[in-house]
Ligand binder design. Structure first.
Ligand SMILES: [Zn+2]
Ligand SMILES: [Zn+2]
Length: 340
């Protein structure tokens, strides 16, 4: 059967981690950002550092952007959102009556617990609202650029970015026992967060402490499905969401690199950073295990930490996964579903 939608992933950026200034860490890979292309439309999941440039290089037309989904509010996933808002208004003038939705986590509601390695309690940044969600973050980013944007709006008669983008907080289903500090990843069913005539997008809570909420997303089309893990350690919820998916994009970290990085460091900051990697990310082997448990047709690893690690580090996944394994670089295309 000839495919009409040709659903596919375009990997805009495939590196994880916020250290964009340390080129040695990310290598050729740009900050995490993924396009899900269905027919003439596309959807974005996360928009890390360099994603705007990669989007331009991909040939995707901003006019065809339907919606953007944020897995969680770590800086490496949202860094280029400000640029998208500020510059997007030039391309999206026709979207005033139908703004591009930006859907992501709501306000955390409470500061995370203090690391047991802390010697003194730190003062929070922005104590009046220390844990803003997606809507507040996007609106605040635009407000910070109000001098420029009001020049455009008043002098050049451009639309406001708040007219062509609509940032919204994803509402977590009630009654599942979720709590940002005490129960970040309760056992749950996937729930719908978006639907149009081409895709249904469902989400589930994944495990990326101290971040909460943190989501994985699944895109179902008439011709196949793709699931994107977001940042997570190995968790049953991701396997639940990805059950039978045609393509799973999963994050991975090289724990040998983590060990090397922290081997000689004993200060509390380094120790806490090392702890974070172990409780919040997934080894190559466990990513393959999750794909196998979900019965995924294909597995692709992305959000690679560190981005400069040689391919053979990630290719170990193929040894633990019976489906097709793909190791994408930035700007690769991975078809999924019936047309593959
Ligand atoms: Zn990340
Ligand atoms: Zn993260």
């Amino acid at each position: 059967m000839k495919s009409s939608l040709s659903p596919r992933i375009v990997t805009l950026g495939t590196s994880g981690g916020p250290r964009w200034w340390a080129a040695a860490d990310s290598g050729e890979r740009t900050g995490i950002a993924t396009a899900v292309v269905v027919g003439d439309a596309f959807y974005l999941v996360d928009f890390g550092q360099g994603a705007g440039r990669r989007l331009a290089q991909s040939g995707l037309d901003l006019m065809d952007l339907r919606a953007l989904f944020v897995t969680h509010l770590h800086s490496d996933h949202v860094y280029d959102l400000a640029g998208l808002g500020i510059f997007g208004l030039y391309a999206l003038t026709s979207r005033i009556d139908n703004p591009v939705r930006i859907l992501g986590p709501g306000n955390r509601g409470a500061l995370p617990a203090l690391s047991p390695r802390a010697i003194v309690a730190p003062a929070p940044l922005a104590p009046g609202n220390p844990t803003p969600g997606t809507r507040e973050m996007f609106e605040t980013l635009m407000a910070a650029h109000a001098t420029d944007l009001n020049d455009r709006i008043f002098d050049s008669l451009r639309p406001s970015p708040l007219d062509v983008f609509k940032a919204e907080d994803i509402k977590i289903p009630e009654g599942i026992g979720y709590h940002p500090n005490h129960n970040q990843t309760p056992k749950m069913d996937p729930f719908e967060v978006f639907r149009d005539e081409l895709v249904t997008v469902t989400a589930i809570l994944v495990e990326h402490p101290p971040v909460a909420p943190a989501f994985a997303f699944r895109f179902d089309t008439a011709e196949g499905s793709a699931t994107i893990s977001g940042d997570t350690c190995f968790t049953q919820n991701l396997i639940t969401l990805a059950q039978g998916t045609d393509l799973l994009l999963h994050e991975a970290i090289d724990f040998d690199w983590v060990e090397q990085l922290h081997r000689t460091k004993t200060d509390p900051g380094s120790r806490a950073a090392r702890d974070h990697h172990y409780k919040s990310h997934t080894s190559v082997r466990d990513a393959a295990k999750a794909a196998e448990a979900a019965g995924a047709g294909q597995l692709a690893l992305h959000h690679l930490v560190p981005g400069h690690a040689p391919d053979r580090v990630w290719e170990e996944a193929a040894e633990h996964f019976s489906g097709r394994f793909v190791l994408p670089h930035d700007l690769d295309t991975i078809p999924f579903g019936s047309q593959r």
